[in-house]
Unconditional design. Sequence first.
Lengths: 289, 704
Amino acid sequence: MNIFKVFMTGFRTANKKAKMLVYLWVINLLFSLFAVTPLYFLISKEFSRSFTGEQIGIGLNMTWLGDFIYKYKDFYPAFIGWILVFMIIIFLLSIYLNGGIIGRIVSEDERITFVDFLSDCGKYFPRFFRVALLTLVGYFIVFGLLFYAVSQLFKVWVRNATTEWTLIISSNIKFLIALLLFTIVRMFFDYVKIRLVVEDSRKSIRATLLNIPFIMRNFFKAWALFLCVGLIVCVVSVIFILVNSFLPRAGALLIVCLLWGQFYMFIKIWTKLLFFSTEYHFLSLSGLR
Amino acid sequence: MKLLKTCFSYFLCVCSIIIIAGKNTIIAEEREPSLRYQIWVELDDQDKMLYGKEEIVWMNKSQDAVRDMWFHLYYNAFKNEKSTVIEESKESIKQFGINVKDGEWGWIDVTRIYLADGRGLTPTMEFVTQNKPIHPDDQTVMRVIFPESIMPGGEVHVFIEFQSKIPRTILRSGYYKDSYFIAQWFPKPGVYEEGKGWNCHAYHLNSEFFADFADFTVHISVPEKFVVGASGKQIKAKADKESGKITYTYEQENIHDFAWTANPDFIKIERDFIADEEITKEEYQEVARMLQLPLDDVKLPDVKMILLINPEHKDQIKRHFNALKAAIKYYGLWYGPYPYETVTMVDPPFRTRSGGMEYPTLFTAGTSILNSKEVLSLEGVIIHEFGHGYWYGLCANNEFEEAWLDEGINTYSTGKVIAKAYGQGTIPAYFNRIPMNWFFKFPKYYDYELDRTLGIHVVELDPITTYSWKFFNIVSYGLNVYQRASTCLNTLERLVGPETMLRILRTFQTRFRFRHPHTQDFIGIVNEITGKDYSWFFDELFFKTLNFDYGISSISSKKVKELVRGVFDINGKKEEVTKEKIAKKEAKDKKMKKKPVYLSKVKVRRFGEARVGGESDLKIMVVFEDGSEETVFWKGQERWKEFVFTKPVKAKYAQIDPENIWLIDSNISNNSLKLKPSRKESFRFIYKIIFMFQNSIQFLSALS
């Protein structure tokens, strides 16, 4: 099985079914608007009639930052609560949307409709929710136990350091290990979700267990494929940041900056499709075993 | 005639000598320290011990007969969990707590103390706590009783033998592997205050130090592998081949503390600050003009700069020296020449947790291997710690009782020097110790902006003038004495003008050099230089916990109606003005293109408790749609006041304190109020938040 071929097949599928991008982007934007609207009204009420409001748009500035923190210092718990609530909602929303994405990728029907997409979202939500709970167990095993053990070794190394280099190198190696472990967990449970859709099974634990020998057998190929797509996300992000730094921040050309930002979002959502489509083809070509 | 001329010249010459000699005597008397130290100390690198002998000569300059002597034994702060420092750290915010591991404690034992004539004082030794009864088992202050009182003008000659276990650095002083930073390490007498006795506080978590000016001679013996740096000037280095040790001798007059460091890896570099190369004639002239001083009075001497730097920071040597040069230059020009021959800048040895701290003629900086040149943290710490040579080193206030006098003034001064020498700095951001400033643009700021942003949050917790250990917590202590005090001083500068402020600080520095000033001395100088009574400023902002917040509460502009509905007595008749009549009148006015008149009302409010006072008032500026301006002033004593303007145009906006003089105002956003909102900028800000949120969704969805 040639990884490059799998990647290209997945690439074509992601493009063929790119209509989903529009749904996902609109949902992403609307949800963000919904979440941020209260803040907009707050900012408008407090600052739109003040000169401070003019500074807010330009960028972070010590004066308005100080005022803002001072004014709302008693609202930190509410603010943290707001963040937590939205984190949970985002978590649930992404579980819901994953059903639609994988459902449509796996579907032989190349025509994508919003109704079909939503119907897949609803259909797979309960099983994907169970997978999400299993993912949390996976994170606990990998980070709570494995990574914790690795961290202890680093602690011993760092304890006797004689130069700051040790701290710089160790903390970055640790971060890299954490990142790679995260990709493994994420990849593992992606295949569980795809398996559930392909087999149209409701048995999440069974699918998880079945996935273990598959991943063990194909670990390096599967991981390489995952990292390839991950690399695209990184490259796209670097390009975005570089270009963004040259874009105008004021005047009529500000719209270019806004569009560029949304284009970046579009590409990021597309890479999500690419992750699932490449993984689907890899799983299919491996015969689900 | 010739004889007369000669006699006259001779007379003038003699007079000049007498005057000069007299003047020098006054200075010498004023500045002659009441203390002399000679210390011999030996470092035992193996057991992390110091073995020392100290000879102290103390002169009683008060009018009291002094019966005892109090000493700081600061190292006992690290002796056990009963010390004030450790107990206070347990009560402190967790992040600022001290966690001493087994085997890492430090202590100091005075093994013998006696007078020059051999009479022993050891039996009279006792630990005392000036701040009873909170930490009764603290052993950081020791008292001995003399056999007879030291009479005014009398001297006492005391010998002390001591040994100390160096702690694995806990607070500023200690070791890590074979690197040492040794501060607050020798028995140090408190400051005798006439009529009050010894001022000798225990070592507190939220406090720095206080001591008397002295002449120091210190002999430091260390194994030969070490590179040593210390307060003062190295005058001798004698190697003993038998013991493999080198004894370095350092001397310095007129300082009130002595610190040293030893590390085998230090790179020692010496450079000269040559005043003529660093300062132009125009700069001298400008400063002399601002200070209203003769040119010669602002001239600076050369200074030897010594840098002890870790090899891994070798590429930052230039940055270190450039920052130090800027500090010597501007502190010298503005606040008076640096009076010592040397200044030693120490890049703190790895993990000795001794960075960013000042000692007379020596200070510690602090940097990282990876850093961005846009971020001025390194420059900031160098300028700040050197600046303490002035505010703490020369104007030696009691840091236990009035910490703002050095920390606040120095934070203010640091901001001025950084702004002058470097401009704005960039907010630092690190990820895994890698500077994110390399990759992303971060906002720039002046120090005074950051100080205000931080300082306003603690206004209602404690007065700035609170005793250091009595602040609500360590955050209140830090933000009040550094940032809030600096913000208040920046406010004062904006009130009195930058040149007057410069003269205030110059006068304060020169008048209280080698002395121990108090807050009232500073206020006195402010009043003297400005010629006005600014006591209210300090009462409101330094001695109380009053929030300062004035703002525009409302603004409105309404067309003045010449006719209003109702019944009116006109020429003895009752006449009713109806809606119809009004409409007719308005139509007629419109036809005749008669300009309407608007009544604009601006309501200003004092939201906070603090008030402006003295001759100061608040400027209120109202700008109208045709660009015209109206300016009114308000004393700001009432809770609110309404100003009314009648003009042929509507008001556009109103602004209180448009020049932003009152930097300490905790809510600058309510200082301006437009008649019509503009939501464009809010939208731009919100778009950024939306984009951040969109990214967060993508990031979080990766977890599921």
